[in-house]
Design a protein around this ligand. Structure first.
Ligand SMILES: Cc1ncc(COP(=O)(O)O)c(C=O)c1O
Length: 419
């Protein structure tokens, strides 16, 4: 084995020893049920799926499937060319207009994935000399995008907006060239961005957007919000957290994914026209990639129909998530509260924080033994000492499946043996 391969192999062994090695596991899904194949080839009996982000159960929705198939029949399979080099089709334009309306925004632009949308947005808008302030628990794609942009990146503790204000104060006072903040303002210096997840993927917590808007206005910063886990889930029309908190038209840039509650795949940025035009002109992840293919666009369009026409899905999801959260908190599980301000808000991901990686693996195995698939989340996805099992509630869970889940977890409150 070459020296390089040997080094890679020993790094993997080290992960293995610390119970941090990840392995792909084949999962075959149908609706809310999933079969998983273990390394030894054994296939599980059907498990209730609490591991996906298909919160509204749209992945298997007949309308999405039919619309996607029709789009393939009409337009073919491939995206064919990049958008600027001839791949821009009427269905892209129509979806972007529709999505902008859905998000209470002026314009929108579509990407193949949410990860790319985040990379593209910060890559196009921020650069050296700029300042990006981010919540410490932001999604990896935002962290990577911020780093890749070349801007100075400062993080604040999770939802700690007092600390954010202190960072901004310090930045403006030490760099009088930055715009904003009255006496310190001067034209021509770097731009400032505040970047946050709307709903945090590993904690199920929610940002306080009204306060962030207030801070952004005071410091002349642009607020960028990743609504990946809130789109389709929160707000009177399912537009997301900003809509839920009554500020949908006051967030500068919103990034959504179609890969969670919308049941498909795709990232969509919505903002003022000038921001979208800047992304189209400057984002390498937009310019140098192939247009999103017809079936993917059609599925997003159909998902928006369902979000509009079947609000009962959203209501049932909220009901179940609130129920599970309440029961598990009563049992004494360490479930972080969704909001730090006492605001009434329910999100569908419920993390059971158990501490070390072995304990998380053991809890996940216990759930699997009792018919549920919920993944153990370990470092580096979460900070050391906060390994957890994340339950993703979905709208199509049956009442008895929820009751049994709560009972299974009550049994697990006695310490789990490590595997
Ligand atoms: C908060 C957040 N942003 C962005 C993404 C990336 O979205 P996608 O899966 O569409 O690439 C995810 C998905 O894991 C996410 O949780």
């Amino acid at each position: 084995m070459s020296r390089l391969l040997h080094a890679l192999d020993s790094a993997l062994r080290d992960l293995e020893q610390r119970s941090l090695r990840r392995r792909l596991r084949i999962a075959k899904r149908a609706g809310r049920h999933v079969h998983v194949r273990d390394e030894d080839g054994t296939v599980s009996s059907p498990l209730v799926d609490l591991s996906s982000n298909d919160y509204l159960a749209l992945s298997d929705h007949a309308h999405l499937k039919r619309t996607a198939i029709d789009a393939i029949n009409e337009h073919g399979v491939g995206g064919r060319a990049s958008r600027l080099a001839g791949g821009h089709a009427p269905f892209h334009e129509a979806l972007e207009h529709r999505f902008a309306r859905f998000k209470h925004a002026e314009a929108a632009v579509l990407f193949p994935t949410g990860f790319m949308a985040n990379l593209a947005t910060l890559g196009a808008l921020a650069g050296p000399g700029d300042l990006i302030c981010m919540d410490k628990l932001n999604h990896a794609s935002l962290i990577d995008a911020a780093r890749a942009s070349g801007a100075t990146v400062r993080t604040f503790a999770h939802l700690n907006y007092d600390q954010l204000e202190r960072i901004l104060h310090r930045a403006y006072c030490s760099k009088p060239g930055r715009p904003g903040l009255g006496a310190h303002s001067a034209a021509g210096a770097g731009k400032t961005f505040i970047v946050t997840d709307a709903v945090f993927s590993m904690d199920g917590t929610a940002a306080g957007l009204p306060r962030l808007i207030d801070i952004a206005v005071r410091f002349d910063a642009m607020l960028i919000v990743d609504e990946a886990h809130a789109t389709g889930v929160l707000g009177p029309t399912g537009a997301g957290l900003a809509e839920h908190q009554g500020v949908a038209d006051r967030v500068d840039v919103v990034i959504s994914t179609a890969s969670k509650a919308l049941g498909g795949l795709g990232g969509i940025v919505s903002a003022r026209q000038v921001v979208i035009d800047t992304i189209v002109n400057c984002a390498r992840a937009f310019i140098y990639t192939t247009a999103v293919p017809p079936a993917q666009v059609a599925a997003i369009d159909a998902a928006l129909d369902v979000v509009r026409d079947e609000p009962a899905r959203r209501r049932r999801l909220q009901h179940l998530a609130a129920l599970v959260r309440e029961q598990l908190t009563k049992q004494g599980w360490a479930v972080p509260p969704v909001s730090t301000t006492g605001e009434l808000i329910t999100t569908p991901m419920i993390p059971l924080i158990v501490g070390d990686a072995d304990a998380a693996l053991a809890l996940s195995a216990h759930l699997q033994d009792h018919g549920y698939l919920a993944t153990a989340i370990r470092p580096p996805t979460v900070p050391p000492g906060t390994s957890r099992v994340r339950l993703s509630v979905r709208t199509d869970l049956e009442d008895d499946e929820v009751t049994r889940l709560v009972n299974v977890l009550a049994d697990a409150r006695t310490p789990m043996p490590s595997r």
